[in-house]
Design a protein around this ligand. Structure first.
Ligand SMILES: [Zn+2]
Length: 151
């Protein structure tokens, strides 16, 4: 068990405007290859749908520690000190090009989430997946966004 250090934001890397269920995400992450990636646990604690609904995928007791049963596999190397959340989208309609596809509802939900998290855990750094890895995910600049919304 370790102390929470990061809130990491991800996208599902699915095309703009297309909804995806948590069941599908869970399959993609936990089913054996080639169907899935063969992970023990789905990669995110919470999932923000196109309509702004926040769905919990992995149980969490909401304290400042990451218990072993709370670990999700969003970012190699920091999973034991991170909470991972994901918004549905992140690619343009062609399904290939990285794009900030957040709906107004998703933006609001993400902002509320980040604000609440910052209030409860002031020591936690809020990051994008792309600040840890050479990836486009979550298809927007998290630090710029935080500054714009005053977090
Ligand atoms: Zn990611």
């Amino acid at each position: 068990m370790a102390r929470l250090k990061y809130l990491v934001i991800h996208c599902t890397a699915t095309p703009e405007g297309r909804e995806i269920t948590s069941t599908d995400i869970r399959k993609m992450h936990t089913f054996s290859p080639p169907t899935g990636r063969g992970w023990k646990q789905v990669g995110y604690t919470d999932m923000i749908h196109l309509n702004g609904t926040v769905e919990r995928l992995v149980q969490n007791n909401e304290d400042a520690n990451v218990d072993s049963w709370e670990i999700t596999n969003g970012t190699t190397g920091v999973n034991d000190v991170s909470r991972h959340i994901v918004y549905v989208g992140g690619l343009s309609k062609d399904g290939k090009t990285a794009k900030d596809t957040r709906t107004p509802e998703q933006r609001k939900a993400l902002e509320n989430y980040a604000r609440d998290f910052r209030k409860r855990f002031p020591f936690v750094e809020i990051k994008g997946h792309n600040e840890f890895a050479n990836k486009a995910c979550p298809s927007f600049n998290v630090q710029e966004w935080l500054k714009n919304i005053g977090i």
